[in-house]
Design a protein around this ligand. Sequence first.
Ligand SMILES: [Zn+2]
Ligand SMILES: [Zn+2]
Length: 382
Amino acid sequence: MEGPQGVKTKAYVVSKPEEPFVLQDVVLDGVGPHELLVEIQYTGLCHTDIVAQHGLMPIGGFPAVLGHEGVGIVRHVGSGVGNKDIKPGDTVLLSFRACQTCRKCKAGQHGGCLGLTRMNFTETARPGAKDSPISLPDGTQVFGQFFGQSSLSKMAVVAEHSAVKIDARPEELGFLAPLACGYLTGAGTVMNAMQPRKGDTMAVLGMGAVGMAAMFAARALGVETIIAVDIFDEKLQKASALGASHTINSKTQPDLVKGIKAICPDGVDYILDATGVAALLSASVEALAHGGLLTLVGVPPPNATVQFNAMDVLTSCKRIMGVIEGFADSQKIIPELVELFHAGKFPVDQLATVYEAQKLPEAIQDLKAGTVIKPILSWKDI
Ligand SMILES: [Zn+2]
Ligand SMILES: [Zn+2]
């Protein structure tokens, strides 16, 4: 091991499924040759962290440190790190890991990496796979390197391929942390999987962080008719202000097909679903135009069943596709999105609500209540 050994820091630990996130002392092991020590500045909160906290998806074990939308400053670079561009003092955004060697990775579709689940949820980045750089002061091992990072922590020992060097001012970092997952997912799905052209029409279901980022990307590609769908009027107002041409509140107007066809009589070319609500998915298939594409990025409940008319799908050449992490290569798309942000075309500063790291419970509450779009924790005062 290299670099500082036995670094004491604070992290949010979940002791077992369903237990709360507790901010407590942890000890970090030294840095391996293919790892970096990063001082986390901000961590975005994503639904996946909450799903994992509740034990609803497999992770490597408990106790665990979660968090997978980190941004921070490099403090030590392992001697074997391949990207020689990364130096201590650099700003890195921490994204998902991909194996870099499977056929999907070689095609640039890192989000489709065949090792994605294993490398981000169930294993650490260390050779022993279960070996973690994090332990409690009494020596108990804590599952770490969730998404190669476990960034709900002031300091983190990070897998090299999670780190993406970015060029941004310190005051922008609080807005940019979710580029690592939520925004990358929304924007990547539009840019890589859907690829709409100017003049095409699109509906986005669920105007949280993923849906908003998808809308920004569609606008940047020249899509003018964008129908934002949500159950919260505040989110729809925000979507209108930031680029949606039309909105539908699916609570007060539950017939989605009718709502969409009132705007696009022949159906809509593209629908991105960030809700995972089965009834909306079934309606979406019906609301697609000839040759239309529905992409699924929201997590549906287990065994959710989507109904569609097979004859309609066949004769109208409709397509349905699941997309993970926007089929994106994080090293490529994240700097592109930072550039779009600087050009005013990806206004994520309008989506962020920054909380002190101590206020994680409040941030989760607000996220669940729909009163914030993207809660982000600041580690400044820890
Ligand atoms: Zn791969
Ligand atoms: Zn996420």
